[in-house]
Design a binder for this molecule. Structure first.
Ligand code: GLU
Length: 286
């Protein structure tokens, strides 16, 4: 079976050198392995995504010399499939609503000397929603209160055996080979919100399976999220891709690049007369 690679940017800012590394690595590996290279527009977060950023993605990637299959999958065209995946998890009794705002949760965590945090540094959910009586849940949802739908991590883990994935790249601590997944590190993660049909984690596993992606090649910042993705794949009966997490492109101060920094945006570099060949050299892809 020929391998299927994908680059899946979110149109919430202009692509930078870090995206160029991801996109070009995926395209190079697809060519080397006689496989396919797909582009996916991860625009599930409607509040932050803009059509002008999506247009810029096509323009910047074409300028880099990349060729991708068409039509391009856009998450906003597939909301029903995320709802179906969520309904599958709900039917398994693995989803519950929580009503605390982000600020409230931050306050709860701050009131304790040490509060457990997820691999991204966000406080783990204290879990009050999980023990809320069903009648109160229903009444608060019916009253129109905002809520998040969370995965009951304990119940979810109880349904699956040992989880692993094949890592052909490296994690932040050099992890490679068969990796033991640790989804519990994420606690009761958000799968959807009242006004958002799916979180990134839920959408990404549905999309990768729908597109037949065999190889997920992406930045090391998503290495730990793979634990969660493996859990969701097993719960939803989806196949496991291979994973290859690549090093991140850092700025002069050693920080991860951000979409808000114009200096490393591809269109800014292009405007300064830098060529795609030079971009490849800068990100160490010769
Ligand atoms: N839209 C996600 C991002 O830009 C994709 C991550 C992934 O490749 O799974 O971070």
């Amino acid at each position: 079976m020929s391998p299927v690679f994908r680059f899946a940017p979110s149109p919430n800012g202009f692509l930078h050198l870090g995206h160029a590394l991801s996109a070009m690595l995926n395209a190079d590996l697809a060519i080397a392995g006689g496989g396919r290279f797909l582009l996916r527009i991860d625009d599930i977060d409607a509040a932050r995504c803009k059509p002008e950023y999506e247009a810029a993605i096509y323009e910047d990637l074409a300028w880099l010399g990349l060729h991708w299959e068409r039509p391009v999958r856009r998450q906003s065209d597939h909301l029903a499939s995320y709802r179906a995946a969520l309904a599958q998890l709900e039917a398994m009794g693995l989803v519950y609503p929580s009503f605390e705002s982000r600020a409230e949760l931050a306050r709860i965590a701050a009131a304790h000397r040490s509060w457990p945090r997820d691999p991204d540094g966000a406080p783990l959910y204290p879990g009050r929603g999980k023990s809320m009586p069903e009648a109160e849940r229903r009444q608060r949802m019916q009253a129109g209160e905002p809520y998040s739908l969370r995965l009951d991590m304990q119940a979810a883990r109880a349904r699956v055996g040992v989880l692993t994935w094949e890592e052909t790249g490296r994690g932040p601590a050099g992890e490679t080979g068969i990796i033991a997944a640790d989804p519990a590190a994420w606690g009761d993660v958000i799968l959807a919100r009242k006004d958002a049909p799916a979180s990134y984690h839920l959408a990404v596993v549905v999309d990768d399976a729908a597109q037949g992606v065999t190889d997920v090649v992406r930045g090391q910042d998503l290495f730990h999220a793979t634990s969660l993705h493996r859990l969701l794949q097993v719960l939803l009966g989806l196949p496991a891709p291979r994973y290859r997490h690549h090093r991140l492109v850092l700025d002069r101060d050693g920080r991860k690049l951000s979409k808000s920094n114009a200096a490393t945006a591809l269109r800014e570099l292009r405007a300064r007369g830098i060529s795609p060949v030079e971009i490849r050299r800068r990100i160490g892809l010769d």
